[in-house]
Design a protein around this ligand. Structure first.
Ligand SMILES: [Zn+2]
Length: 326
């Protein structure tokens, strides 16, 4: 969990490391920058580094303090988030209560206010009092992607630390490595993300959801009509690269499993693809339990073949033919 685990953000990470090394940690920070670029994650690493038992301005990841940080139960690191739309007065009162006590076991108490710009007015006024009369040994970190919404009085009492959007290449690489996205798709999604990893992941989910829905709906409709001729246009919908095809096949396998669950439990079933519930219900009425198990096996075999570099068109056509002629 050292600073190096955070993608990019070299400048803010260097600033934070330096404050620890020099032993001059401000009592209040404001981490700001667009959403989805690692502000809150960096705040957690900073909190860990402040309390780490090993020397140096970083978190070792293995001392008792770091282990508690990883488990999310360090008694001296408290996180406050909006309750509904706002961070309310009660939360700031709790912060003010906790801030009076010395650290239980760490070196410093750290208070993280995520989405600090969502403090309502009474909460912001109360926090201002704490900022005006800081108690030594405590660190407050306000995290915000809309710092302009914070009262000027609050803003001016924190040391601002700007986080920059992430480079597109870094986001593209991340999507390729951890989400099996093909290089071309990764490049396009990264380019439209504005440097926000969170936004890139949202775009990816949206994309995949609509792709999946389109493919599954076409397959379901072919299964209803029992018409294999309709199938020949379908492989084009699966995308071009191996990770794309494999991703959609995984979704289809999930949908087939949904059919099985629906068959056993009816409309009350908890489905993995609830947006396809209508098709799931219709298709599961057409098929026996054994048919569906055969469908799951056919889709899984196709995915394994694609991952082993089998011919994409032939593999998909043969799988689709099996699904329609169950
Ligand atoms: Zn440590």
């Amino acid at each position: 969990m050292p600073f190096d685990d955070i993608a990019g953000q070299e400048r803010p990470k260097a600033v934070l490391r330096r404050t620890i090394e020099k032993g001059r940690v401000p009592h209040a920070f404001l981490f700001h920058g667009i959403r989805g670029i690692g502000k809150f994650e960096t705040a957690l690493v900073f909190a860990a580094a402040l309390n780490c038992g090993s020397p140096g301005g970083d978190a070792c990841g293995s001392c008792p303090s770091c282990v508690k940080m990883k488990a999310g139960n360090h008694p001296d690191v408290l996180v406050f988030r909006p309750d509904g739309a706002f961070i309310r007065l009660a939360a700031i009162r709790e912060l003010q209560h906790q801030i009076q006590f010395r650290p239980y076991e760490g070196k410093r108490k750290v208070f993280l206010l995520d989405e600090a710009d969502r403090m309502n007015e009474p909460a912001a006024n109360a926090l201002l009092k704490t900022l005006e009369e800081p108690l030594s040994g405590n660190v407050l970190i306000l995290v915000s992607s809309r710092p302009y919404r914070l009262p000027r009085t609050v803003f001016s009492r924190c040391q601002p630390l700007r986080f920059d959007p992430l480079p597109e290449e870094r986001i593209a690489l991340f999507l390729e490595k951890t989400h099996s996205v093909g290089p071309e798709e990764a490049r396009i999604v990264a380019a439209s993300s504005g440097g926000s990893l969170e936004r890139a992941l949202e775009a990816l989910r949206e994309d995949h959801r609509s792709e999946r829905k389109a493919v599954v709906e076409r397959i379901a409709s072919c299964m209803e009509k029992k018409d294999p001729l309709d199938l020949f246009a379908l492989p084009a919908l699966f995308g071009e690269t191996r990770p794309e095809v494999s991703g959609i096949l995984q979704e289809i396998e999930g949908w087939c499993r949904d059919m099985l669950v629906f068959k056993e439990q009816g409309p009350a079933a908890l489905l993995t693809c609830p947006d396809l519930a209508g098709w799931t219900a219709r298709a599961s009425r057409l098929l026996t339990g054994e048919d569906i198990l055969n469908a799951v096996a056919a889709v899984r075999r196709a995915r394994e073949s694609i991952e082993q570099n089998a011919n994409r068109q032939l593999t998909l056509e043969s799988m689709l033919f099996k699904l329609v002629t169950l």
